[in-house]
Design a protein around this ligand. Structure first.
Ligand SMILES: CCCCCCCC(=O)SCCNC(=O)CCNC(=O)[C@H](O)C(C)(C)COP(=O)(O)OP(=O)(O)OC[C@H]1O[C@@H](n2cnc3c(N)ncnc32)[C@H](O)[C@@H]1OP(=O)(O)O
Length: 211
């Protein structure tokens, strides 16, 4: 499991955010346009060649494997590859998760890239978002892992503006029980409850390392 310290200051973090954030946003728009375009065949082929060239340019120099979770010496976390919140991940909607004591919430929009049933969010995407928001609520600092996530899909979730929220229900040793929901403007579409567990290597006094 890759948690990596980076010896950089806040200015360098801000510089990288300003550099890579817009690239990811541009690719996100490209994904949406790829799904929805109706331009002619020649235009599609031209764009395909352009995109392949852009990808080859980025691959001129790249890291091995995934981005991992990086952090600075002053405790700033950079989960930039994360599929829900990752600044550098165009697959991430991305969500900005807000925290208020024992609860977290996020308002965001899911478009064509997240479709399952026509005009509606894929059930796995609902689970993805809820897993992350419940997990975030489970602990502000500790790296809790999802042990069990239970969902009740009350009605289909329409694509468009949505809200996810979660709060701690109770804590029992290394287990934190969290409840939450995904909603549209008409109310709850998916209810969730989860058990989030502090892994052995993160427990007090542990000498094991992340695997
Ligand atoms: C800001 C970031 C937000 C991130 C949110 C997104 C979170 C994620 O996506 S995490 C990725 C998905 N989850 C995983 O990959 C987890 C994989 N599983 C594991 O790593 C481990 O099995 C883990 C950490 C869940 C449990 O660790 P393990 O060492 O087996 O726990 P263990 O010490 O045996 O048990 C501790 C307690 O938890 C209980 N428990 C163990 N596994 C589970 C489970 N899956 N569900 C519910 N309870 C469980 C045990 O019964 C025990 O309870 P008690 O203390 O009452 O006896």
């Amino acid at each position: 499991m890759r948690f990596t310290a980076e010896d950089i200051d806040g200015h360098e973090v801000a510089r990288r955010e300003a550099l890579y954030g817009p690239l990811a946003e541009a690719v996100r728009e490209l994904v949406d346009a790829t799904i929805r375009t109706e331009v002619d065949a020649a235009a599609v082929q031209e764009v395909e060649a352009t995109v392949r060239a852009a990808t080859a340019r980025l691959r001129d120099r790249q890291i091995d494997g995934a981005f991992g979770v990086r952090y600075t010496e002053d405790g700033r976390i950079m989960p930039w590859g994360n599929v829900v919140i990752g600044l550098r991940n165009p697959i991430a909607p991305p969500l900005t998760v807000h925290r208020e004591r024992d609860r977290c919430w996020s308002e965001f929009t899911l478009g064509a890239a997240y479709e399952g049933p026509p005009g509606h969010v894929h059930g796995g995407i609902c689970a993805l978002v809820l897993d992350h928001v419940l997990g975030s609520a489970s602990s502000p600092e500790k790296p809790n892992f999802t042990g069990t996530l239970t969902l009740r899909y009350r009605r289909a979730t329409p694509l468009g503006p949505l809200r996810a929220e979660a709060r701690i229900d109770r804590v029992d040793g290394v287990k934190t029980y969290v409840v939450g929901a995904l909603s549209d403007s008409d109310g709850v579409t998916v209810e969730a409850e989860g058990v989030f567990i502090l892994p052995v290597w993160a427990r007090e006094g542990s000498t094991t390392t992340p695997t």
